[in-house]
Design a protein around this ligand. Structure first.
Ligand code: DC
Length: 235
């Protein structure tokens, strides 16, 4: 019997490695993968490019809300499997990962209209199931009925170290303290915002991957997947 397709929600703090693990899991299951952080980052880039973020960081919520119907965020997969985020037809994968977007994305993603707009699209992506989606509110808001929910955690310092290495490898000019400050401030905004704050769903399984290798993580995830499938098929 073919295994039923399920929805897998992977939530957690920024730079917890959840995107890499969600991507690897999707690849090994032949599932679609959606990086919802990239969608919030793309909307942030749109706001930046259209002068909707003031020098002091204030976002023009009203104008951005009115512009939402003109914003299209899609994904394109390369032959090598790497995923690119497309904003209104343009590949913005590199731009959305920069520190400038990272500095504004928490404020943009705290805007209720932005969240409603993107959550609706995310729910449409999951209609056929067979999907791994990573973000902050996937298990709580986007797919409260997801069959498998993972909540990834690791200390802010561990996450900042990972992010710093990634940025260094990309040649981005920054310091560890700057990256740590960005991780900590995003954690705070993500946790305390009114609309869909970052929170572990009651039925999510926690994973602290501070000391796990990528292989150990991937094996652990596949085990969780098989547990769910055997529970569903033994009913
Ligand atoms: O996962 P990431 O670091 O690329 O996410 C970027 C930002 O988007 C992060 O500060 C929180 C926000 N986000 C969100 O509010 N809800 C999601 N489902 C995904 C990301």
């Amino acid at each position: 019997m073919e295994a039923p397709k399920i929805i897998i929600a992977v939530d957690g703090y920024s730079s917890s490695g959840k995107s890499s693990m969600a991507k690897a899991l999707a690849r090994s299951l032949g599932y679609n993968y959606v990086d919802t952080g990239a969608m919030y980052r793309a909307v942030t880039l749109y706001a930046m490019c259209h002068g909707l973020i003031a020098a002091d960081g204030a976002v023009d919520t009203e104008v951005l809300t009115a512009a939402l119907p003109r914003i299209s965020v899609t994904f394109k997969r390369d032959a090598d499997g790497s995923q690119h985020t497309i904003l209104n037809g343009e590949d913005v994968e590199n731009e959305i990962r920069g520190l400038e977007v990272s500095g504004h994305v928490s404020d943009v993603s705290a805007i209720p209209a932005v969240r409603h707009f993107l959550v609706e699209q995310q729910q449409a992506f999951g209609k056929e199931k067979g999907i791994v989606m990573d973000g902050r509110d996937i298990g709580t808001t986007v797919f409260p009925n997801a069959e498998l929910k993972i909540f990834v955690d690791a200390s802010a310092r561990t996450r900042a170290e990972r992010r710093f290495k990634e940025l260094q490898a990309k040649g981005v000019d920054t310091t560890f303290d700057e990256v740590l400050a960005n991780v900590e401030s995003r954690d705070l905004i993500d946790r305390t915002r009114k609309e869909s704050p970052l929170r572990k769903a009651d039925d999510a399984i926690s994973l602290d991957n501070s000391t796990m290798t990528i292989d150990e993580q991937n094996r652990w995830l596949i085990d969780q997947y098989h547990n769910v499938i055997s529970r569903l098929t033994s009913k």
